[in-house]
Design a protein around this ligand. Structure first.
Ligand SMILES: *Cc1c(COP(=O)(O)O)cnc(C)c1O
Length: 429
């Protein structure tokens, strides 16, 4: 059969039941797996044979779901993690040690920014943050001899900047390091970063992939294209013997297609243990089965809401790359031709108070620190995640006091627009 289309992969990839086996993926609710002999189990511990022995490292339910996401992204290997935070941590920590350096976009998700700028710095890893809009020269200047990776988000949460993946991939490859892209917001339905030169993709599956606010989770996918052995001196963890596995060398034993994920599983998951629960992986798979259908609707609602807001006299600005005139409209046409996501941000008249009045009047949009749910949710960062900041500090970090982040769910757009219209009317300014 020729290469299956994306929607078919959403429904069927990753798990193929045999004769008389369950149609739905089984939830293997077991911490451990039984063997006939110690010798057989020993082979697993030496990575001489593949198989399951303890769910902290691997579980079949998780592997079915990881295989589906791997197929959707067009990668060669993938693993699930307990959260998006764990995915981004492992993705970098798998190739960067104390004394190493990473170049990252400065518009990334706040949680990832803290992970890098605070926690991973404490571990001795250095970061240089660059604007996603930087010139090639500015990007070039960010690299150091000890740089091990470049990191960005396809569509940043909540800044909604769009990454020029080819520009970042070119710079990374010129320095012999991989580009890691967090593809949470568009999902592989709307963008497959490997097609544009990215080497590793990460996800917070908590967002659109799950899509129903049911489970926190993450995923890492390897394109299998980055040749670690060509820069072996930069990546000793992949290209020299691992003494904790009797001296196997990951690139020799698993090839460039398998080395990165095998190392992340057998070292990081073994030692740090951020596995996704099989129960959550099952729920995630239910979300994935309708991802292609849902993304289309999220994007249609995002576009309709953005267009309505743009034409409304009480709205000062709208950020949505689907709008002609948006700063990222042109770059989005290239990387996101079928749509971006359902998250729109905008500012209302009346400053912080106007935004508070708007939020209080909404009936369908629920106030939550979440996005990408089937149910519309929204957040006023100045009174929630960023409430400790003054108006001046807010402006400095790019979050205006009047800014609202509105994540369009799967409802009928006419109802969302009517709800927004009455909430805008309620602003007294
Ligand atoms: C939410 C999010 C994360 C963190 O994911 P969790 O599943 O909440 O740990 C990372 N990156 C992006 C782009 C996100 O939106």
């Amino acid at each position: 059969m020729s290469e299956l289309k994306l929607g078919t992969k959403c429904v069927q990839a990753g798990y193929r039941p045999g004769n008389g086996e369950p149609r739905q993926i089984p939830i293997i609710q077991s911490t451990t797996f039984k063997y006939e002999s110690s010798a057989e189990m020993g082979k697993l511990f030496d990575l001489e044979a593949s198989g399951y022995f303890y769910t902290r490292l691997q579980n079949p339910t998780n592997d079915y779901v990881a295989a589906k996401i791997c197929a959707l992204e067009g990668g060669t290997a993938a693993m699930l993690t307990s959260s998006g935070q764990a995915a981004n941590f492992y993705a970098i920590f798998n190739i960067a040690n104390a004394g190493d350096h990473v170049v990252a976009s400065n518009s990334i998700y706040g949680g990832t920014f803290n992970l890098f700028n605070v926690t991973m710095r404490k571990m001795g890893i250095d970061f240089t943050f660059v604007s996603p809009d930087c010139t090639e020269e500015e990007l070039e200047a960010a690299f150091k001899p000890n740089t091990k990776a470049v990191f960005g988000e396809t569509i940043a949460n909540p800044a909604l900047t769009v990454l020029d993946i080819e520009k970042f991939a070119k710079a990374a490859h010129a320095h012999g390091v991989p580009l890691v892209v967090d593809n949470t917001f568009p999902t592989p339905v709307n963008c497959r970063p490997f097609e544009w030169g990215a080497d590793i993709v990460t996800h917070s599956t908590t967002k659109y992939m799950d899509g129903h606010a049911a489970g926190v989770g993450g995923c890492i996918v390897d394109s299998g294209k980055f040749d670690w052995t060509a820069y072996a001196e930069k990546f000793p963890g992949l290209c020299t013997p691992d003494e904790s596995y009797h001296g196997i060398t990951y690139t020799e034993k698993f090839g460039i297609e398998g080395a990165y994920i095998t190392k992340a599983t057998s070292q990081l998951m073994r030692d740090l243990g951020s596995i996704q629960s099989p129960q959550n992986a099952f729920l995630l798979n239910m979300g994935l089965e309708s991802l292609h259908v849902r993304m289309k609707r999220h994007c249609e609602n995002g576009q309709a809401v953005a267009e309505f807001l743009q034409a409304h006299p009480k709205v000062l600005y709208v950020t949505y790359c689907g709008l002609p005139g948006d700063k990222y409209h042109e770059v989005a046409k290239k990387y996101l031709p079928n749509g971006s996501c359902g998250v729109v941000s905008f500012g209302v008249v009346g400053g912080r108070k106007g935004a508070e009045q708007f939020m209080a009047a909404l009936k369908l949009g629920a106030i939550e620190t979440h996005v990408a749910d089937a149910r519309t949710c929204c957040l006023h960062p100045a009174s929630a995640t960023h409430r400790q900041l003054t108006d001046q500090q807010l402006v400095e970090c790019g979050v205006r006091p009047d800014m609202i982040r509105y994540s369009c769910g799967l409802e009928d757009s006419a109802d969302l627009i009517a709800d927004i219209a009455q909430a805008l009317d309620s602003i007294e300014a």
